[in-house]
Structures are given as C-alpha cells and as structure tokens.
Design a protein around this ligand. Structure first.
Ligand code: SAM
Length: 300
C-alpha cells in the first residue's frame, strides 16, 4: 500500500487526503441525483402502433393457466355443481334459513333488458341443455330464460348463474328493500327466493363466486354450456376477462351473447371488449336489441 502511494503521480498526490475522499463521495451523490432528475418518463417514449396496442392489451389483461377438465355430460352438470359447491345438498333445501327469511320479500325482481327478444330468439334456435349466465343480480333474466325453456318443452335445461351476489357499491341506494344484515347484503337469498317463488328451483342454480374464480372452476370441472350470457362488470377489463373465460366453457359451436352493447359508456367497456375479441378471433358481431351476439364460436 505504501509503495502504491509512492507511485501516484505528483499532481494527484492530494487523493491521499481525507478531504479528497469526501469530495469524491459528494460528486458521486450529485451525479446520481442529477441523472435521476433528467430521466425521461415512459409517456414520452414512442407510442405503440394501434395493432401492437391491441395485442398488448389482449395479452396483459388476461392470462389463462388452468386446463379445462374432461367434459361432463349435460345431465350430470346439476349434480356436479351441487357436489362441488354445496357439498352434495341442493341450496334450496330448507330455504330460507330462519335468520334470513324474515328479511326477504316474497318476490323482488328487477333487471335491465332482461326480457329482450334475444333470449327467445336464441333459446328457440339453440335449444340449450345448459345455459350459463354471468351476472344475474335478482334473477330477472335467468327466470325469463327458465320460463322460455319451460314453454318450449326443454324440461332438462339447467341455468347456472355466476354472480358474487354483492351487487356493486351503492346499489342499495336504489334497492333499499334488499336487506343488509351486519354488513352482509342478502342478494343471494333474495335471488334464491325469487327463483323459488317462480317455481324454478329445479332449473336455476346459483354459482355464488366472482366471475373470475367461478368460471375458472366450471372450466376445471368440465362444465360446458350451449349458451353463455354475459352481463356482469361493464368496464373493459371485466368484460374482456369475462368473455375470455366464458369462451372456455362454451361447447364448440355454442353462442356467446351479452347485454349493453350500445350504451355510450360501453363504447369504452363492453363494446370495445366484444369488438376486440371478435376481431382477434375473426368472428362477426351481431346485435339483437341492446345485446351483442357471437354465433358458432369455436375458439378453444
Ligand atoms: C347488471 S347486473 C345483472 C342483471 C341480470 N343479468 C338481469 O338482467 O336480471 C350485474 C350483476 O353482476 C354481478 N357482478 C359484477 N361484477 C362481478 C364479478 N366480478 N363477479 C361476480 N359477479 C359480478 C353483480 O353482483 C350484479 O348482480
């Protein structure tokens, strides 16, 4: 070490002093500070081209990791769902429970476009054995579909309703009569009460989970539907994820459809998601009233 110091050129001998170390330390710190300050924000990078943006958006917002299970025959779907979700006992047995019955109305049904002609048109044409509805709320559209299948003599048809039955923050401003018990809104029970009062406990089953986990599990359990209706979250990411998950539980050639294709806000949400999905998969979007329809889907 000593020898090394001796070999330093005369004009930088000062590096041996403590002051020099302090100066070097300060310079390093200042260099770091200013280089961070002049860092360019990503927003100033060259923008992606529209096709790349579309692909990036498609890949970023939806990833599938699970494989769908072997297909369960239509006549075993009800049993499969009751076994997997309700420990083998129909949720309608001994319904309503004592603690909740007094809060429920005999029938409290309200939906949006729930009786549209699209339901009649599709059910007549497809004659579905299995329908999955994503977003059911108080059961208006599910009960309408059950009425249609009964009228058409499709006595075996099962309708599975995937909904977390939480509604959305603030929904009780308009639905004060849906009770809140210790912070728990009784939407699932009121949905079930509506189903029971309408005489469809043998046709309609709730799948009371988020659309993400509910659809993933139906796929894992081998449930396939002939018709899937989507009417849950209406923002782009929700609609996009629901469509991409729903298509995995659709039998080849089945029909995917959903509500709110035309509202102004849905140009950024539902409509954008439906159009992007159709474009990527080379499908044609048809409309029927406020609903969008994708026919003969073969995407898996
Ligand atoms: C517009 S309502 C459905 C109306 C129903 N299709 C009708 O016409 O009678 C939307 C429903 O989607 C459900 N929902 C929204 N986002 C959800 C999510 N991520 N997971 C589960 N359910 C969801 C809400 O709880 C609500 O009941």
């Amino acid at each position: 070490m000593k020898e090394y110091h001796h070999r330093l050129p005369h004009n930088i001998q000062f590096l041996k002093t403590r002051t020099a170390y302090v100066i070097i330390l300060l310079l390093t710190y200042a260099f770091g500070y200013f280089s961070a300050y002049h860092y360019r924000a990503p927003s100033q990078q060259t923008p992606l081209t529209p096709p790349l943006r579309a692909v990036k958006c498609a890949i970023d917002s939806f990833r599938v990791t699970t494989r769908c299970g072997d297909v369960v025959p239509a006549e075993l779907i009800r049993k499969t769902v009751i076994d997997r979700i309700f420990n083998g006992t129909s949720p309608y047995i001994d319904f309503p429970p004592n603690h909740a019955g007094k809060f429920l109305r005999e029938k409290r049904i309200k939906g949006w476009g729930s009786n549209g002609a699209v339901f009649d048109n599709l059910i007549r044409r497809v004659k579905p054995k299995t329908i999955v509805e994503i977003g059911s709320f108080l059961g208006a559209s599910a009960i309408h579909m059950a009425n249609l299948t009964r009228r058409l003599g499709l006595t075996e048809t099962q309708i599975l309703c995937v909904d977390d039955f939480r509604g959305w923050p603030g929904f009780r401003d308009r639905f004060k009569d849906v009770a809140l018990v210790n912070g728990d809104v009784l939407l699932l029970y009121q949905f079930m009460q509506n189903v029971v009062s309408s005489g469809f406990a043998g046709t309609i089953l709730p799948v009371p989970f988020s659309t993400g986990s509910g659809l993933e599990k139906l796929c894992e359990w081998g449930v396939k539907a002939d018709l899937v209706e989507i009417d849950a979250g209406h923002d782009f990411n929700s609609a996009w994820a629901d469509i991409n998950r729903a298509v995995r539980i659709l039998r080849p050639g089945g029909v995917l459809f959903g509500h709110d294709y035309f509202t102004a806000a849905d140009n950024r949400g539902v409509r954008r998601a439906v159009n992007l999905f159709a474009e990527i998969n080379r499908l044609k979007v048809k409309t029927d009233g406020q609903h969008w329809v994708l026919d003969s889907v073969n995407v898996n």
